[in-house]
Design a protein around this ligand. Structure first.
Ligand code: URA
Length: 196
């Protein structure tokens, strides 16, 4: 049984001293932490995720619900996490705090912890959402535009399926059909294997 609490403590002990005096909130993965069929890996938490200390609960949570509806999985059957476990922020032109993409440095800092998390959870398959988790696990040359909808093997020997980040579909509507087709491919290959 994966000891996720010990893992979270280890992360806190490593990251807390990096931001002295700052109240950075680490948002950890959640769900079935004991050999789930899928470990879904996003980019980083946003505002709502940080407030609720849970991944994929804001707008991204709605995207996740769509993914679940298409695959027939229940949220509690998956393990859902992110590469970077703090909310990357910037100050927008209006002076408000906004989300930004995680930096290379942030990704590099969190990657060993993601790899440890994966080895604790032992999922049957990793499903990456967008370029950030795909590049983190498959190398900088990997792009979701080229690799979406297909299976790969990571250096650590995990099977990985690459999907667009559902948020990308909001900005690029032409991707919706592609995303849905990819999710079906994922569902069919997992269902087929379960029946074998
Ligand atoms: N987007 C992500 O990639 N992860 C979250 O947890 C929320 C939004």
């Amino acid at each position: 049984m994966a000891d996720m609490k010990a893992f979270e403590k280890e992360c806190e002990a490593f990251f807390r001293p990096l931001w002295p005096g700052e109240d950075k909130i680490l948002v950890f993965g959640e769900g079935k932490s004991d050999s789930p069929d899928i470990m879904l890996i996003g980019e980083a938490p946003g505002e709502q995720e940080t407030l609720k200390r849970r991944p994929f609960v804001g707008k991204a949570g709605k995207n996740l619900d769509e993914f679940l509806a298409l695959t027939g999985f229940k949220r509690e059957e998956l393990f859902v996490s992110n590469v970077v476990k703090i909310r990357p922020t910037a100050i927008g032109s209006t002076g408000r705090v906004r989300n930004r993409a995680p930096s290379k440095e942030e990704i590099a800092l969190f990657l060993p912890f993601l790899l440890k998390e994966i080895s604790l959870v032992q999922p049957r398959a990793l499903v990456t959402l967008g370029n950030v988790p795909l590049k983190a696990l498959m190398g900088p040359k990997a792009t979701v535009g080229e690799l979406h909808g297909r299976w790969f093997e990571t250096e650590g020997g995990y099977r990985l399926f690459s999907l667009y980040h559902p948020a990308a579909i909001i900005y690029r509507r032409e991707l919706r059909q592609v995303y849905e087709q990819d999710v079906m491919t994922l569902r069919d290959s997992l269902t087929f294997e379960t029946q074998k």
